[in-house]
Design a protein around this ligand. Sequence first.
Ligand SMILES: [Zn+2]
Length: 263
Amino acid sequence: MKILTILLLTTIVFASQDYSNNALCDKEYIEFRKRIKRRVINEEIKNNFFEANKSFTEKSKVAGFIALTFDACDGGYNKELIDFLISENIPATLFLSGKWIDKNIETAKYLASNELFEIENHGLKHRICAISGEKKYGLRRTSNIDEIIDEIELNNRKIEKISGKRPIFYRPAGAYADEVCLKTASFLSIEIAGYDSLAGDSFSKTSAKEMSENIMRDAKHGMVVLMHLNHPERNEVEALKIAIPALRKKGFSFCHLEDFCMK
Ligand SMILES: [Zn+2]
């Protein structure tokens, strides 16, 4: 009996630590996906393709806050950037893709354990969330409604397993989506996160000076800045070392994206 109990407990512990897409795609999930898909199909949707190049989040009237957001699309980890944010006590919102989490599982847990960071969803396979429209930045699109649901919901579940908190924002790969994606996201109770300011670190040649100028140019209350944390070879840290003191001098503070909904 004792051995059986130990075996059972071991199985439960290992099952709960299985973050793989296969483990997440269980019977309950497949039924859930069918229900969401039926709801999406029943909607009349004009399938416009668009770039989420403004943040849709309604901002509170409390002035003086900027949200720095960092996407983790795939691969690398800019440890120096995260260490800098911690040393300067700057809250940030991190959009993690499932692809990135699978390659950086211990780092994802570490980031989720620090209250300085809000962990949000950047898509399971880092795909443009659309069944219409064209390829952008060489990124693949989701090819049907099932894949749209997987892209959002399976990564929600992966993140929730790691952080203990279900994401409330989803930023599609490349920040491109269509209205089927938008409707699906609403059925999954998650808001599409856009951005107001592109630092320009998607391009490897953007200098720190250019990035900081891009951020400073648009500085205003409620601004959502999009940068990346998966390119340790790029210039984000140097750019922030210029931009952060300058923004503070102008009276700005930093907050999580979710804080705009609460302040
Ligand atoms: Zn991305």
